[in-house]
Design a protein around this ligand. Structure first.
Ligand SMILES: Nc1ncnc2c1ncn2[C@@H]1O[C@H](COP(=O)(O)OP(=O)(O)O)[C@@H](O)[C@H]1O
Ligand SMILES: [Mg+2]
Length: 338
């Protein structure tokens, strides 16, 4: 196995504040010291009546493994194609490495390595020969030693002289990543790199991405339609659906929260607030929405809270847990395949 020494857990150091209304979470970040690698503002792509990407904003910071998550058809590939200037935005602005993409296209693209579609190789030539040809096509001077170095990095050095047609899908994906690394890019953009791979192949790609981030200091922009994939390797993430942002934040804060929000409908809000005053429940009270009280509380404590209110003669007509991000993502994913 290659890269076996890599730790597969990464945590993010960015503080974040969450405020949740109808699953729309607005996050405030403290990124004073971080350099923006990608800055997208109001990005929109229309295909006739269809709005594939709708006023999208996102920021990727240096050193991020940025998870770009969304169900099929959410607009991920369309966004990535605009980042790579393969298609033109209908409106909006993209800055990469602090510069306007459309005015510094060549310079910016020379610092990016990307796999958008499934990488294409000459199946009857060896892995090494493929990389030699592809580096020649790219018009850049890439020493032969660099090719072997990259094959080693992705765990294919022992198969360097094997024909690509003998490779598994996962090996071809890794060869694709080796190709994107030949010119030593600062930013690597991968569109669903683990799609169609078996669990072992997925793990190898994940380990490779973590290695490139942690050991090689690359910034990585990674799209997926699988929450778990992003959760395992990303430091920050955004979820998009129907071309627009649903949530953005650090993976740690968005997914690893033990507490749960719950909506409680009572007959008398003022009386309820009076009753919880100076009790442990007061600390869990978050807000009033319409005629409901919102509490943030450990799941296991929800029955106790309901009982406390009823015992104090509050009429409780509904207790509705607010769905977690995971449930929510599953729901939009199910909707997207309908
Ligand atoms: N060239 C195109 N012409 C028309 N519609 C397109 C084109 N490319 C993508 N779309 C539509 O834009 C939406 C977003 O697609 P895409 O960016 O491929 O989503 P994702 O990569 O998240 O699965 C989809 O509804 C898709 O059908
Ligand atoms: Mg796609």
């Amino acid at each position: 196995m290659f890269l076996s020494e890599i730790h597969s857990s990464i945590s993010s150091g960015f503080p974040i504040k969450l405020g949740m209304t109808n699953f729309l979470i607005k996050c405030k970040f403290n990124f004073m010291n971080s350099e923006k690698v990608i800055e997208v503002v109001g990005l929109t792509k229309k295909y006739k009546k269809l709005i594939a990407v709708n006023n999208l904003n996102l920021n990727v910071y240096k050193g991020d493994v940025f998870g770009f998550l969304g169900p099929n058809g959410a607009g991920k590939s369309t966004t990535i194609r605009m980042l790579l200037t393969l298609i033109k935005p209908t409106s909006g602005n993209i800055k990469i490495f602090g510069k306007e993409l459309n005015k510094n296209r060549k310079e910016i693209l020379s610092r990016i390595g990307a796999i958008v579609e499934k990488p294409d190789f000459y199946l009857y030539l060896s892995a090494k020969k493929n990389l030699e040809i592809l580096s020649k096509i790219s018009g850049k001077e890439i020493p032969k030693s660099k090719i072997m170095e990259m094959l080693k990095l992705v765990g294919l050095d022992k198969r360097a002289n094997s024909k690509v047609k003998t490779f598994s899908h996962g090996m071809k994906q890794r060869l694709g990543i080796a190709q994107t690394l030949l010119h030593d890019p600062d930013l690597i953009i991968l569109d669903e790199p683990t799609t169609g791979l078996d669990p072992q192949g997925m793990k190898e790609i994940r380990d490779l991405i973590i290695y490139l981030s942690k050991e090689k200091g690359k910034t990585i922009f990674l799209s997926s339609h699988i929450l778990r994939e992003i959760e395992l390797i990303a430091t920050r993430m955004i979820i998009i659906n129907k071309g627009t942002t649903i949530i953005e934040g650090t993976v740690e804060e968005l997914l690893n929260s033990d507490s749960q929000k719950v909506r409680i409908e009572v007959d008398d809000i003022n009386k309820t607030l009076e009753i919880i005053k100076n009790t442990e429940w007061e600390n869990h009270f978050k807000s009033i929405e319409k005629n409901d009280l919102i509490f943030e509380i450990d799941k296991t404590k929800i029955p106790q809270l309901a009982k406390f209110l009823i015992n104090n003669n509050i009429e409780v007509s509904a207790v509705v847990p607010i769905r977690s991000l995971e449930d929510y993502f599953l729901r939009i994913t199910e909707e997207s395949v309908k």
